[in-house]
Write a protein that binds this ligand. Sequence first.
Ligand code: 5GP
Ligand code: ZN
Length: 114
Amino acid sequence: MPDCIFCEIVHKRMQSDIVYEDPEVVAFHDINPQASVHILVVPRLHIESVQEVTTDQVELMGKMILVAQQIAKKTNVDEGGFRLVINNGVNGGQTVSHLHLHLLGGRRMTWPPG
Ligand code: 5GP
Ligand code: ZN
């Protein structure tokens, strides 16, 4: 997908700090971290948003959660707790149109989010 930053990262045409990758999923540090642990988990496949997910991608969505679970353990936020966020569309605060799961940890989160 042209002009997609996360496709560029996934295909290693753009630098990022990758912490996990497999044939379907890539995870890397957010460039503008909002917590001491802020990692983005993305499918290699360019899926624009939650609204574009199809039934044949259900397993892929589940895999993203399992990858986040592993990274939470690896970054030692699993016991203290962490937050997973998927912003969707303009009102959801989505700024990059390539589906991504934010893994945020290392500080106490507040609710409701801003
Ligand atoms: P959204 O607002 O779409 O939910 O989240 C997009 C996230 O991508 C933001 O937290 C932003 O800091 C991050 N981001 C934007 N551009 C880049 C980039 O070039 N590299 C990395 N690693 N993160 C980025
Ligand atoms: Zn993309």
